[in-house]
Design a protein around this ligand. Sequence first.
Ligand code: AMP
Length: 216
Amino acid sequence: MTPQITLALSKGRIFDETLPLLAAAGIEVLEDPETSRKLILPTNRPDVRVVLVRATDVPTYVQYGGADIGVAGKDSLLEHGGQGMFRPLDLQIARCRVSVAVRADFDYAQAVRQGARLKVATKYTHIARQFFSAKGVHVDLIKLYGSMELAPLIGMADAIVDLVSTGNTLRANDLVEVEQIMDISSHLVVNQAALKLKQAPLKRIIDAFARAIAQD
Ligand code: AMP
């Protein structure tokens, strides 16, 4: 019997940009996550199903075997730590960057030069801690789960660390990008035990994804 493969995806850009890769592997998701309320989506292949989880939870589902395979942003992987999984492919999708942004009237360069202690609001506490510590800047990190842009506007933080794609969200909130910390794209992650137990079907998916990326 063919083993069941469970693939963890998050709604939005990652889901949309993974669909062509799945098509290259002969896998078609049969329901649209934007209209369906289901958390487990069937595919045209009886042995493959998709589970919809929060982007930041994809590494956790793959780590604990809730999913055999998943697509996770490098940001989510760095925050999670990446234990218990292989990372065989950079899918080069859902590209963006992690940046530091401040209010247009805040002189970030001067604050850094003067050795000021900065209040930084972010969902990405690991990435931010590592970045500022390597730079020798003292920070108080304020953990938020969304709408980071609000924190400097209401005076709760001097800076934010967040994902930036077009920069429109920052501009709309009168924030300016002052440092680019790293480029982000989504990676394929595979549960280590599943890669041994379900080696053949997982390898077929990984190879099909790799061929599709190489063609782009
Ligand atoms: P933008 O206005 O295009 O710069 O996009 C910034 C907003 O979209 C921020 O709220 C980000 O958290 C979010 N964002 C940008 N790129 C991504 C991505 N690849 N994955 C998830 N969220 C993103």
